[in-house]
Design a protein around this ligand. Sequence first.
Ligand code: SAH
Ligand code: SF4
Ligand code: F3S
Length: 477
Amino acid sequence: MHTGNKVIDESKQGEALMVETKNEQGKKLFLESYGCQMNFSDSEIVASILTDKGYTTTKNFEEADVIFVNTCAIRENAESRVRQRLQDFKKVKQKNPHAVIGVLGCMAERLKSQFLDQEKLLDIVVGPDAYRDLPNLLEQADSGQKAVNVILSKEETYADITPVRLDSNGISAFISITRGCDNMCSFCVVPFTRGRERSRDPESIVAEAKDLFNRGYREVTLLGQNVDSYLWAGGGLKKEVLTEEQKAKAVSFSKLLEMVALVNPDLRVRFSTSHPKDMTDEVLYVMAKYENICKYVHLPVQSGSSRVLDIMNRGYTREWYLNRIAAIKRIMPDCGISTDVITGFCSETEEEHQETMSLMRLVQYDFAYMFMYSERPKTLAERKFKDDIPEEVKKRRLQEVVSLQHEHSAIKTKAGIGKIHRVLVEGVSKKSTEQLSGRNTQNIIVVFDKGNHKKGDYVNVLVERCTMTTLIGRVVD
Ligand code: SAH
Ligand code: SF4
Ligand code: F3S
């Protein structure tokens, strides 16, 4: 996901985010989040649960009574960054022995109580499905005991909790629609850290979107590890046990997308992540039908080789993937497309790496997140395959993929010059307070002179020039 709004995605960008709410009363909580948008969205749930209990937040961890780090386990370097950061927090504990330090999220789930042995000054370890238990765990920690809850749930969706929007621009917000993942891609730790996939009640999703719109928000991003597998057939009914008739009546992702699009034509709708094996034409037709559903699909390919995709357990071939791309381009010729790529997965040959490069040339992505393979404990790949591609080969392949993508991004951005783009204004531009910035439907950042416009407005911008990733122009209406 691009970082037009302030959420920074550690899984992709390697950055962390600190958050603060306004209330100055009560015990002080410092909350730092790493990882994907789901984790940031979860931090907003955590903030909601704890502000309800009288906690307030601070940006300064040195004055905090409680320090929480919401962690990511997707690659080894995501984990090492958290460990380094914990060293800073431990210093607080030396000064203030009553301070509580807790680790939340995927790394907590992966390491469970082992984490307490590894990091002696940790007090709390909480997995992503146990945040309702935080007030109890904090009480336990206050009484001097170590507290752990890493129970994964088949039902928890936090549907009834209104997230406290953290570090928000007041315009864009995330809404979680599914939790967990059932796909078991062989390289991926997420099914182990986030548990079984479950969908959230569509009524609660629509209500959250309506509430956001009424509070001035103009864009929602529906979040799930695989949004296309969203299915709601009524509380407690699991996808696997549904009859064909129940399935036909159930709310699918395309239906949900339509329901959210209908909240208001001035509410933009985005979503992430689409899965190539499950993305249907129906979803694409709903996108095409509603102006306010952004014409942008993030469709991670991971590899351009069918053999590698097979051992990655992705559930599609190169041909299937290219067929999905063709469907997007046919149904929405102007749709922005981005992807994720992994280089140097177990046994990947030079030819197979070239297949990834050739697929990228065929698709010409607007944007891509690219990673070297990082072996994760417990995954299928760790158990079945050898992590046999030397680091320097993984790195070189990554560099090749990155420079090819740079070429494509530059071509794609340039193609925006001379055209009028409808932009949702998200705030002042990073470089000048005299300029505003927002994104077009394809998720590309557009910068223009402020005039009388403000955050939350829709403006038409004639683009005159660009950098590699940003369009620059002037308002024409
Ligand atoms: N649910 C999403 C991906 C979530 S993780 C999907 O299926 O597309 C985000 C990205 O991190 C993945 O798309 C993948 O490219 C990358 N990733 C996941 N596990 C990885 C690993 N072990 N090593 C390197 N990259 C990994
Ligand atoms: Fe991981 Fe695959 Fe699930 Fe994505 S779909 S979260 S890559 S297991
Ligand atoms: Fe990381 Fe967990 Fe997200 S492992 S990418 S924070 S689901």
